[in-house]
Design a binder for this molecule. Structure first.
Ligand SMILES: Cc1cc2nc3c(=O)[nH]c(=O)nc-3n(C[C@H](O)[C@H](O)[C@H](O)COP(=O)(O)O)c2cc1C
Length: 343
C-alpha cells in the first residue's frame, strides 16, 4: 500500500519544491549563492532583498536562474521600505517573472494585491493570529508563523510551537512554522502540529554560501542557546518598535547597562564600520557582511535561540540533506517508516 510521504506537504505541491524547508530571505545575507544552493538541493531558497535597488534585485534573480531552474522566492518588507522604492522592487520581481514573493512584518494588503496581480504567489511571515487572518483575507497563499525565539527582526510574541497550532486553526491556507528550526526532528514536530514545513534563518546564516561575514558565522556556531537577546538596540533604518533577536555583544551590553545614556529616539549615527565607502552605524540594522570592514563584532549579530544547535559551517545543500535524513530517521524511530514509499 502506498501512502503519502509525510515530507511531501501541500507547500511542496504548491510551489514545486521537493522538501518542505524554506530558507528565510535575509537582507544582506541571503544572496544568489545561498538561494540557488538551497533551491538546487530541493528545498526552497529565497533572496533577501529588503531595500535593495531594482537593478540589484534583477541581477540577483538572474544569477539564481543561471544556477538552478528550481523554484525560489524573493523577500521584501513593504512596511519597512519607502513606498517608491518598494514599488520599484516589486515591479522588478514581476518583470523578471518571479513566481513567489515572501513578505514580512506588518500586513500591507495593497502589497499582496499588487504581487497577486503581477502573477506571483504570496507567502507572508507574521507574528500573530490576527495578522495571519488579515494576510489570508488579503489574498496571501501561505502563512509563515514566526515565534519569538527566531533570529533577526521578531514580530512574534510567543514561541513558534505555541503560535503554530493557533494560526493553523484560524486560517485555511498552508502554514509554515518559523523560529527555532534547524534539524529534522523539529521539522517532524512542526509537521505533527499541522505545519506544511519550516522556515529557517539562523542555520543558513552559518552556511558556506551565506554572505554573512565569517565573524557572524563563527559567533553563531560558538554561541549557546542562552546567548541571544531580544532588543530594540538596532533601530536605525526600521520603523519604531521593531525588536530584533541578536547575539549579545558590546553594543547590546552597553545599552542594557544604560552606559550610553541614550533614549530610544536619540540613537547616535556613530559609524563603526564601512561597506564600499558607505558608513555603517552602530545602532543600524546592518549585520556584518563579507563586504564590510570595521568593528564588525559590535554590529547586529542576528541569530535565534536555535544557535545553540548550530555547531558547524556547512554547505547549504548539506544542511538540507542532513535535515531530511534526520527527519526520515526520526519518522522511522516513531514507527512510520513503512507508511510511504520514497521515489
Ligand atoms: C541574519 C538574519 C537576517 C534576517 N533578515 C530578514 C529579512 O531581511 N527579511 C525577513 O523576512 N526576515 C528576516 N529574518 C528573519 C527570518 O525571516 C526568520 O523569521 C527567522 O530567521 C526564523 O528563526 P530562526 O532564525 O530561528 O531560523 C532574518 C533572520 C536572520 C537570522
Amino acid at each position: 500500500m502506498t501512502k503519502t510521504d509525510p515530507l511531501k506537504t501541500e507547500f511542496c505541491s504548491l510551489v514545486g519544491c521537493d522538501y518542505p524547508i524554506i530558507q528565510a530571505g535575509m537582507g544582506g545575507v541571503a544572496r544568489w549563492e545561498l538561494a540557488a544552493a538551497v533551491s538546487a538541493a530541493g528545498a526552497f531558497g529565497c533572496l533577501g532583498m529588503v531595500r535593495e535597488s531594482a537593478d540589484r534585485i534583477r541581477s540577483e534573480i538572474r544569477a539564481v536562474r543561471q544556477r538552478t531552474d528550481r523554484p525560489f522566492g524573493v523577500n521584501l518588507i513593504p512596511a519597512a521600505t519607502p513606498p517608491q522604492l518598494f514599488a520599484q522592487e516589486l515591479a522588478a520581481c514581476i518583470d523578471e517573472n518571479v513566481e513567489h514573493i515572501v513578505y514580512f512584518w506588518d500586513v500591507v494588503p495593497a502589497a499582496i494585491d499588487a504581487a497577486k496581480r503581477g502573477g506571483c504567489k504570496v507567502l507572508y511571515q507574521v507574528g500573530s493570529v490576527e495578522d495571519a487572518v488579515e494576510a489570508e483575507a488579503a489574498g496571501a497563499d501561505v502563512i509563515i508563523a514566526q515565534g519569538v525565539e527566531g533570529g533577526g527582526h521578531v514580530h512574534g510574541h510567543v514561541t513558534s510551537l505555541t503560535l503554530l497550532p493557533q494560526v493553523i486553526n484560524a486560517v485555511k491556507i498552508p502554514v509554515i512554522a518559523s523560529g527555532g528550526f534547524a534539524d529534522g526532528a523539529s521539522l517532524i514536530a512542526a509537521i505533527a502540529l499541522g505545519s506544511a514545513g519550516v522556515h529557517c534563518g539562523t542555520v543558513f546564516v552559518a552556511s558556506e554560501e551565506s554572505f554573512a561575514h565569517q565573524i557572524h558565522k563563527e559567533r553563531i556556531i560558538q554561541a549557546r542557546e542562552t546567548e541571544t537577546v531580544h532588543t530594540d538596540a538596532f533601530a536605525i533604518n526600521w520603523p519604531p518598535q521593531s525588536p530584533v533577536r541578536v547575539l549579545a555583544n558590546k553594543t547590546t551590553q552597553c545599552l542594557n547597562d544604560r552606559l550610553w545614556g541614550y533614549s530610544d529616539q536619540s540613537f547616535p549615527h556613530d559609524a563603526i564600520a564601512e561597506e564600499e565607502g558607505r558608513p555603517v552605524y552602530r545602532f543600524s540594522t546592518d549585520s556584518p557582511l563579507r563586504s564590510m570592514t570595521g568593528e564588525l563584532d559590535q554590529l547586529a549579530l542576528f541569530a535565534g535561540q536555535v544557535t545553540g544547535q548550530v555547531n558547524e559551517i556547512r554547505p547549504a545543500a548539506m544542511i538540507v540533506d542532513q535535515m531530511i535524513r534526520h527527519a526520515r530517521q526520526r519518522l522511522k524511530q516513531l514507527g512510520f517508516d513503512d507508511v510511504w514509499r520514497e521515489e
